[in-house]
Design a protein around this ligand. Structure first.
Ligand SMILES: [Zn+2]
Length: 74
């Protein structure tokens, strides 16, 4: 029972296709990511809960996407 890397992938199991699994991973990374505050411009915006984002520097709280403050530019 060695500790394995890639537990995140493992957690989603094999019932998802590779594409969906990758999308879920991207989503999780977006949730953990820190974003730029639209008010003070600091990279300090974290997700508070689904759809709600808060800047840890200035306290600015705003609603946005469920997994990222705005739709990501591609
Ligand atoms: Zn701010």
């Amino acid at each position: 029972m060695g500790k394995k890397v890639g537990n995140t992938v493992k957690r989603f199991g094999a019932r998802y296709g590779a594409t969906l699994r990758k999308r879920l991973l991207d989503t999780e990374q977006q949730q953990k990511a820190i974003y730029e505050c639209p008010k003070c411009g600091m990279m300090a915006v974290k997700r508070k809960f689904v759809g709600v984002w808060s800047c840890t520097k200035c306290g600015y709280t705003f609603t946005g996407g469920a997994y990222a403050p705005q739709a990501l530019k591609k």
